[in-house]
Design a protein around this ligand. Structure first.
Ligand SMILES: [Fe+2]
Length: 435
């Protein structure tokens, strides 16, 4: 039975200090501070002594209060000495009982491939420390890409040219991040601020398009062009008057007609930008066309819309309805996918929508879910061959209304199952803290 825990603060600051002499040892292990337990011996907190509240860098953990102090200091990883204290438990290979939870704790960098892989079916369960590192890198990438789009749109307003060379390294980074571990960048894409919505939306559409292209087994160079199209698809909004673009409410018919021109503006801008391929141009120019011919600007129908335009249309709509907007809260991903499925009868090619859902999962990474046992958690990883049984990071008990020690639960290996998607707002849970 799970014991309740006191809610705690997770400052995601990564320790800067490293020690090469430590890394080579068998008994010294790097573990995430999420995995610390009473009885372990801290060999090093991976930070300067000034950054933690203890008299020494080395000590035995005698109580939970010590663990709390380490985490509250914002330390996310530490070295433990297994010759002087407890080791981390190893993941069980037996099928656990209903409320038995598998903790993933080993630090095995070899499990992560830096290269794109066509193996899409099973989940990649990253050890906690590596997962934290992936999320940290994804967060930085998301910030940099958002800033780049913001700067480009500011330049367009000043009449300057778009410089595609500036985009390429970041587009490559988006591809690398999604191919390596999609569950780090995609949940971040869901979270948006009102001020930066347009720029963040562009980054999200780009990241989702990469995940989509990967699901369809498209070649990397094609996905790269699609990702660039995603990043630039709304640059035409820079030419829409700010009073319409940022209006905090529903647009009038006349205002909406002006807003719709952004698709044409984007196409014209990109047509005259050096380094923008035909694929990127088509994807951006057609992102508001609809399969049944009801879209704009050209009311293209069916196969007259390129597959790239169709893919961006799906990612654009999915991101728009799941995001916080100026005038409404985002729809939970499961509800959004249901809507997408409905619209696939008219607005989208149904087979493409099915592929998109297969790629991101019925319970996409970053979703909050409740299990039959009452345990709640955030979806960490989905498996394409088992969409109903993702890997979940559990941390809360819905019935007892208390926090639990965070653990990684692979639902394909236990009897517990998801019974509901939950809202972060309703439970007062900060999504970013648990990614
Ligand atoms: Fe758009």
């Amino acid at each position: 039975m799970e014991a309740c825990n006191v809610p705690r603060t997770h400052n995601k600051r990564l320790a800067s200090a490293t020690n090469s002499s430590i890394r080579g040892s068998d008994v010294i292990k790097t573990i995430a501070t999420d995995q610390l337990a009473v009885g372990m011996y801290i060999h090093d907190l991976k930070c300067s002594w000034i950054d933690h509240p203890f008299l020494s860098n080395q000590f035995r953990i005698k109580d939970h209060d010590t663990i709390r102090k380490i985490r509250d200091a914002g330390i996310v990883e530490a070295y433990i000495d297994t010759s002087r204290g407890l080791d981390v438990p190893t993941a069980s290979t037996d099928a656990p009982a209903a409320d038995n939870i598998v903790a993933t704790v080993t630090d095995a960098p070899a499990a992560v491939s830096e290269k794109p892989t066509a193996k899409l079916s099973g989940p990649i369960i990253l050890p906690t420390g590596l997962h934290a590192e992936e999320v940290r890198r994804a967060r930085k990438l998301h910030q940099d890409a958002t800033q780049l789009v913001g700067n480009m749109m500011a330049d367009i307003r000043l009449g300057k040219q778009i410089e595609v060379d500036q985009c390429e390294p970041l587009v490559d980074d988006i591809l690398d991040s999604i191919f390596r571990f999609p569950s780090a960048l995609l949940p971040l894409a869901q979270m948006k601020t009102v001020d930066e919505y347009t720029f963040q939306h562009s980054v999200s559409v780009s990241a989702l398009a990469v995940a989509f292209g990967r699901t369809l087994n498209m070649p990397r160079d094609i996905i790269k062009e699609l990702a660039l199209g995603g990043l630039l698809h709304d640059v035409g909004k820079a030419q829409v008057p700010a009073r319409i673009l940022n209006k905090p409410g529903k647009l009038t018919d006349d205002e909406f007609a002006v807003m719709k021109q952004h698709a044409t503006y984007s196409a014209n801008l990109l047509k005259h930008t050096k380094g923008v391929s035909e694929i990127a141009l088509m994807a951006a120019a057609q992102h508001h066309e609809r399969y049944d011919g009801s879209g704009y600007p050209h009311r293209l129908k069916g196969a007259a819309i390129s597959i790239y335009g169709q893919m961006l249309a799906i990612t654009d709509v999915y991101d728009a309805i799941t995001s916080l907007r100026v005038y409404h809260n985002g729809m939970p991903p499961t509800e959004a996918l249901r809507k997408m499925y409905e619209w696939s009868k008219t607005h989208f090619d149904p087979s493409l929508v099915q592929a998109f859902i297969k790629g991101i999962g019925i319970y996409p990474a970053g979703s909050l879910v409740r299990m039959e046992s009452g345990i709640m958690g955030i979806v960490r990883e989905t498996a394409q061959n088992n969409l109903l049984k993702p890997v979940v990071k559990t941390f809360y008990h819905a019935d007892k209304k208390c926090y639990l020690d965070p653990k990684i639960l692979d639902l394909s290996t236990v009897h517990d199952k998801i019974i509901a998607h939950e809202s972060f707002e309703k439970w007062g849970i900060d999504q970013a803290r648990w990614l």
